[in-house]
Write a protein of this length. Structure first.
Length: 313
């Protein structure tokens, strides 16, 4: 498999901060998300690379190993353990002559062998087996937990308000999940065992899904409450009446009290956003009143307004 430069994938260099990495990931993940690029295999591959790069570079321990060992970072623990075993072997010899350091002159970053985890273990067994009394026949290959995956699922506000099933693809694997109503923007969930397969009987990795909710032109969400605005004309504001308000579940008629002031709010209890994993519980909807003043008045209309103004003095 060709070496994947995670910094290059995200358009960054090694000095990038965690904020730099997060910003680059979000920008690129949205650009190459499979939902926005259907039937585009190159975008799908790029999206997978972006997720893989983000998963490694946002984890301090993984990033440290990647920076130190490059394309062989996944086997850094084996390399370090082999060094430790070699040091212990030298210390246990009474003669003090442990032989030449098997790592001397070895360019780890430019090793051209097969990087499969199991076969890479064979490399160390070949290198150290006879020296440490090991060898392939003396022990069982170690098992390794599969790599965790991370992806982003974009939802509209309406989708986030409804429990629904959704299928998406991560590293060539189709995954179908039920998304509960009420998920928040930036909320992350873990799907155990849905990451990369384990090696030599090791457990599978996990899949982490972060939800991104698109802005909505009708509603502004704050927690479980929704905020919107409604326009009413001047006569309705002065004399009262009815108007129509949009909610997530449809339009409803709302009564307007006489002498309603511009900027006042109407609270519609239980018409807000569903509360996460609490069936039947909702936040509230707040509708701010915006009084639309008439324009292009005729002479007669202006006269009526003047008479009204005089009567109110």
């Amino acid at each position: 498999m060709a070496f994947l430069d995670y910094y290059n994938v995200l358009g960054l260099d090694k000095s990038a901060s965690q904020d730099d990495i997060k910003k680059a990931y979000r920008k690129l993940a949205r650009k190459f998300h499979p939902d926005l690029n259907p039937n585009d295999e190159s975008a799908k591959k790029k999206f997978q690379e972006i997720n893989e790069a983000n998963e490694v570079l946002t984890d301090p321990e993984k990033r440290k190993k990647y920076d130190q060992y490059g394309e062989n970072w996944k086997h850094g623990e084996e390399y370090e353990k082999a060094q430790q075993d070699y040091a212990r072997s030298r210390g246990s010899r009474s003669s003090g002559s442990a032989g030449q350091n098997p790592f001397e002159g070895f360019d780890f970053n430019n090793y051209n062998g097969n990087y499969d985890t199991g076969e890479y273990s064979d490399f160390f067994e070949d290198l150290f087996g006879s020296r440490f009394g090991g060898g392939r026949s003396s022990g069982k290959r170690g098992s390794y937990r599969g790599q965790d995956y991370e992806t982003q699922v974009e939802l509209t506000l309406l989708q986030a308000s409804q429990t629904h099933k959704q299928t998406f693809t991560v590293n060539g694997k189709n995954i179908r999940i039920t998304i509960p109503a009420g998920v928040e923007d930036g909320q992350k969930i873990r799907l155990k065992g849905q990451g990369a397969d384990g090696v030599n009987g090791g457990p599978n990795g996990d899949l982490y899904i972060t939800f991104s909710i698109k802005p909505d032109h009708r509603f502004n969400r704050r927690g479980n409450d929704l905020y919107t605005h409604i326009d009413i004309d001047l006569p309705t504001a002065l004399l009262g009446g009815e108007t129509i308000v949009d909610t997530l579940t449809g339009k409803i008629n709302v009564k307007i009290k006489p002498e309603t002031q511009n900027g006042s709010k109407i609270r519609l209890k239980g018409k807000g956003f569903p509360i996460y994993k609490k069936d039947g519980d909702f936040g509230d909807l707040y509708a701010e009143i915006q009084v639309k003043l008439p324009t292009n008045l005729t002479a007669d209309q202006k006269n009526i307004v003047e008479q009204l103004a005089d009567s109110l003095k």
